[in-house]
Design a protein around this ligand. Structure first.
Ligand code: SF4
Length: 333
C-alpha cells in the first residue's frame, strides 16, 4: 500500500440522518480522501451546544449520522471516526489557544456575524469562541490538511494565525499550520430550488429514505420557474433537477435532457422520474450497507469508542508537548 500523504481533520455537527447536500458537500469527499491520507473525522457535539436549545436528540443524531457515514464508505479501519466530547483534551487546548487569540479577530469573522444574525437571542461566549474550538480540533491532531469549501477558508486562515501566535509566544514549533484542501462541490440546492439543502428547512432528501420516499421528494422539486406549461422550452442551467442529473445520471442521458428540455421535448414530470430512478440506483449499495450495519445494535458504539481511544493517543501526546512548551509547573522533568 502506498505511503499516505499526511493527516486530514474534518468535523461535522451531529445532525442525524444525512441528506444529499451532506453527501455531496462533505461525505463523498471524506470517503475519497481515505486512500491518500490518514483521516480523522469527528462528530463535533460540543460545537453543537453553541446553538441547540435541547440535547434530547443528541444521542440519536450521533448514532444515525455515524450509520450514514459508514454506509457511505467512511471506514473506521482506515480512518479515526469519533465524537468530539470523548476526547477532553480538546477543551483544554481550546482554553489555552483562547489566550493567544485577540477578541477583535473573532468578532470580525463573517461567520460570527452570520451566527449572531441567525441566533440573536443566544449570542453566547461559546459562539464567539467557536473558531478557537475549531482550531483546537485541527491542531490537537496535528492535521496538516483540512478539506474546506471556499466559504470556510477564513476559518482555516484563522487557525493558521493561532498556530503562529502560539508558537511565537512560547518559542516553539510544536503546533502545525494546516493547509486548506479546497474541494469542488457541485452546486445543488434543496427541493425548493432556492436555498441550500437543509433539514431545518425541510427541503432535503435523506440518503436513508426508501426508494418511494426518494421519488416522492424528487417529484416535489421546483424546476425552471419560467417553464409554466409543458409546451414551454425550459432552461436546464437554472433548474435544480438538472443539477442533480449532472451528478447522478449517465452522461448520455444528461446530454439528452439538456437538449430535449430546451426544445420542450421532455416534460418536467418525466425528467424527475428519470432522476428518481438514477438516484435510487446510485443509493442501492448505501441502503444495503446501512441495513447490514443496523443489524448490529452495538456497532456504532464500538466504532466511536475505538475511534476516541485512537484519537486520544494523538491528543494526549500533543497536550503533553503544549504543556511543556508553556512551562506549566511540573511539566519539565
Ligand atoms: Fe428541469 Fe428537467 Fe423540467 Fe428541464 S425538463 S426544467 S431540466 S425538470
Amino acid at each position: 500500500m502506498a505511503e499516505k500523504q499526511g493527516r486530514v481533520f474534518s468535523g461535522a455537527r451531529p445532525t442525524g440522518r444525512q441528506h444529499l447536500g451532506n453527501y455531496l458537500g462533505a461525505i463523498k469527499n471524506y470517503v475519497a480522501l481515505q486512500d491518500d491520507y490518514r483521516c480523522v473525522y469527528c462528530i463535533v457535539d460540543v460545537h453543537a451546544l453553541t446553538t441547540i436549545e435541547t440535547t434530547k436528540d443528541l444521542e440519536l443524531n450521533t448514532q444515525e449520522m455515524t450509520l450514514d457515514w459508514m454506509a457511505a464508505g467512511m471506514d473506521p479501519e482506515q480512518s479515526i471516526i469519533f465524537v468530539q466530547s470523548h476526547v477532553q483534551e480538546v477543551m483544554e487546548l481550546h482554553t489555552i489557544l483562547s489566550m493567544v487569540t485577540p477578541l477583535g479577530k473573532l468578532t470580525a469573522l463573517p461567520t460570527f456575524k452570520e451566527k449572531v444574525r441567525d441566533n440573536p437571542d443566544n449570542v453566547n461566549y461559546g459562539l464567539v469562541g467557536y473558531p478557537v474550538l475549531m482550531s483546537a480540533d485541527i491542531l490537537l491532531y496535528k492535521a496538516d490538511t483540512v478539506p474546506v469549501g471556499t466559504d470556510q477558508i477564513p476559518h482555516l486562515e484563522f487557525a493558521r494565525e493561532v498556530v503562529r501566535s502560539f508558537n511565537h509566544r512560547y518559542q516553539t514549533n510544536i503546533l502545525v499550520e494546516p493547509h486548506a484542501k479546497v474541494t469542488e462541490i457541485p452546486k445543488v440546492l434543496g427541493i425548493d430550488g432556492e436555498r441550500k439543502m437543509s433539514k431545518s428547512l425541510n427541503n432535503h432528501i435523506e440518503l436513508a429514505a426508501t426508494p418511494e420516499e426518494t421519488e416522492k421528494r424528487v417529484m416535489e422539486m421546483v424546476t425552471d420557474p419560467q417553464r409554466i406549461r409543458r409546451s414551454d422550452p425550459g432552461d436546464p442551467d437554472v433548474c435544480n433537477v438538472f443539477s442533480l442529473h449532472k451528478v447522478f445520471s449517465p452522461p448520455e442521458e444528461i446530454d439528452q435532457i439538456n437538449q430535449d428540455c430546451r426544445k420542450a421535448e421532455i416534460g418536467c414530470v418525466d425528467c424527475k422520474r428519470k432522476l428518481a430512478k438514477n438516484l435510487n440506483k446510485h443509493l442501492v449499495p448505501f441502503r444495503s450497507k446501512r441495513a447490514d450495519l443496523e443489524k448490529d445494535p452495538d456497532i456504532v458504539k464500538e466504532v466511536l469508542l475505538d475511534g476516541a481511544k485512537r484519537a486520544r493517543v494523538i491528543a494526549s501526546k500533543t497536550m503533553k508537548e503544549v504543556r511543556e512548551a508553556i512551562g506549566f509547573y511540573g511539566t519539565k522533568v
